[in-house]
Design a protein around this ligand. Sequence first.
Ligand SMILES: [Zn+2]
Length: 116
Amino acid sequence: MEAFMFRTILFLAGLGVLLSAVGCGTSATQTPREAALAKLSPEDRILAESQGYCAVTSEPLGEMGPPLKLILNDKPIWICCSGCEKKAKSNPAKTVAHAEELTAKVAAKSTPKGAL
Ligand SMILES: [Zn+2]
């Protein structure tokens, strides 16, 4: 009986080591979104993260690859992909207003969920 217990404990300990090793692996690896944002310059990354979401689609920036920066009405605006560029430029005032709304929302969240 004691041998059985010992084996069970060994098995569980082994499983624990295995699980924590897997956990370590995943936390050390960048998410695709982080990897996309890491391709930007540090200054751009801060700007993109402060906006957080595409000014056109409101999708999280970085999910479609590195986000794109546009200058609309002299303001840096972030969009998720080149497909959004035409839409963003078709109504710059609206795009800037939406980007500012998103930035305010990201700033207001103490622990942004989904945002970086
Ligand atoms: Zn897009």
